[in-house]
Each structure stands twice: as structure tokens, then as C-alpha cells.
Design a protein around this ligand. Structure first.
Ligand SMILES: C[S@@+](CC[C@H](N)C(=O)[O-])C[C@H]1O[C@@H](n2cnc3c(N)ncnc32)[C@H](O)[C@@H]1O
Length: 215
């Protein structure tokens, strides 16, 4: 049996479902650190969905080359269309790979890895494997840009847990996603020798966007 979730069916309404539930906050979170990425040359973009982040990145950084990896062919098609509409040079700068990020080996020149609301699709063991696999292929100055849900401490903890549980239930029904808990990306990234250099929280700490690198 195929254990991969299938995001094809929700690829088109994905953007509207997001706006209806959280408005522009997720996109603000994804693009918050964009100004720090304008000197990057080679990006590996993991599970970017319909490409709203990548289209902005390619526009703001006109010399960047990018590899986008996603298991959903429909998401990748939307991503390519969006990037081509955003910048004329997309055809020569973007390569798409319809496969699991767990099976992808990054180009040796990769100096940026992005994962927005993608790590939360993976069980802890797969996330550990992914980071161990990818980290050695990256150059010493590679930046990792990661956005994800998190459980804040304090009074927002319970509402956040309930919200995240309901999100996982919805994704289970809509895509067959089997992951039920947020994995911890900090431990495997630190084990791989990376340090968090920037972090910005949104929505009372329910969302985080972070940059990691080897110092
Ligand atoms: C929750 S969506 C997030 C999309 C987008 N990054 C965002 O910020 O909204 C997860 C995306 O990861 C893709 N995906 C899920 N598991 C994957 C895997 N193992 N390898 C590559 N892509 C995967 C899905 O097809 C989908 O496009």
C-alpha cells in the first residue's frame, strides 16, 4: 500500500482553504526572511505546494537557480505555472522533481534549503533521515529556512494542541496523511551541526519561521 499522502486533490483549493482559515498569516510567515536570501545561488525547495513562496523568491533573487521537490504532480504544475507567470526566466532557472524529498539528493552547490509547513507532514523518523541525508551535500554556508506550526507554552498551549490535532485530522481525511504529531526539527538539525540564527513567531507562537546554518 502507498503510504505517501496525496495532495493532488486539494492542490487547487489549497490557497483558498488557507486564506479562509488563517488569512495572509502563513504567507507572511513564509516570506518574512526573504530579504536575507537575496545573495543565494542554488535553492532546494522542499514541498513548496503551489509555489507561492518560490515565485516570490525567484522574483526577488533574479540569479537564483532552484530545484523544487514534491510528491504531488498537481502541486508542482501549479508551482511551475505560478513561477513562470512571476518571472520570464523561470524556464532556465527552475527544475521540478516529482518524488519524495526522502529520495532526492541535492546538488552540491545548494546554498539554500527551504521547507515551509512541510516537515510537519513527516513522522519524526523520516524527518531525522531526511536531515541526515541532505545535510552532508550542502555547502558550509547553506541556509535552511524552515516555517512550521509549533505548540507555544502558557495559556495558548491547549488551544494550539486542539487546533493542530484538528489540522492533522483534516489532512488525514483529505490527503491520507498518516502523521499525527508535529515532529521536532531542532534536535536533528543541531545533531547535523546547525544552529538557529533567526526566529520569528507569529499568531501567539503557533507559527515559527527560522533560519539555521553552520556558524
Ligand atoms: C502541507 S503542504 C505545504 C505546502 C506549502 N509548502 C505551504 O507552505 O503551504 C505539504 C506539501 O508537501 C508535499 N509533500 C508531502 N510529503 C512529501 C514528501 N515526502 N516529499 C516531497 N513532498 C511532499 C505535499 O504534496 C504538499 O505539496
Amino acid at each position: 500500500m502507498n503510504s505517501q499522502p496525496n495532495f493532488n486533490l486539494i492542490a487547487r483549493p489549497y490557497r483558498w482553504l488557507e486564506y479562509l482559515t488563517l488569512g495572509p498569516i502563513l504567507q507572511n510567515c513564509r516570506t518574512h526572511f526573504l530579504p536575507l536570501l537575496l545573495d543565494r545561488k542554488q535553492a532546494l525547495v522542499l514541498g513548496d505546494g503551489d509555489g507561492r513562496f518560490l515565485a516570490k523568491l525567484l522574483t526577488r533573487n533574479p540569479t537564483l537557480q532552484a530545484d523544487a521537490v514534491d510528491t504531488s504532480a498537481t502541486m508542482l504544475r501549479l508551482l511551475r505555472n505560478r513561477c513562470e507567470a512571476a518571472t520570464l526566466t523561470t524556464t532556465t532557472r527552475l527544475r521540478t522533481h516529482n518524488r519524495s524529498a526522502l529520495d532526492h539528493s541535492p546538488s552540491a552547490k545548494t546554498d539554500l534549503i527551504t521547507a515551509h509547513f512541510f516537515f510537519d507532514c513527516l513522522p519524526q523518523q523520516d524527518l531525522d533521515t531526511l536531515i541526515v541525508r541532505i545535510a552532508p551535500h550542502t555547502s558550509p554556508n547553506t541556509l535552511w529556512l524552515i516555517s512550521d506550526f509549533r505548540i507555544p507554552s502558557g495559556p495558548m498551549s491547549l488551544p494550539a494542541k486542539l487546533y493542530i490535532r484538528s489540522l492533522y485530522l483534516a489532512f488525514c481525511l483529505l490527503t491520507g496523511l498518516r502523521t499525527t504529531h508535529l515532529p521536532d526539527h531542532e534536535i536533528p538539525l543541531r545533531r547535523a551541526g546547525l544552529t538557529r540564527t533567526h526566529q520569528r513567531l507569529f499568531l501567539f507562537g503557533l507559527l515559527t519561521t527560522e533560519i539555521w546554518s553552520r556558524l
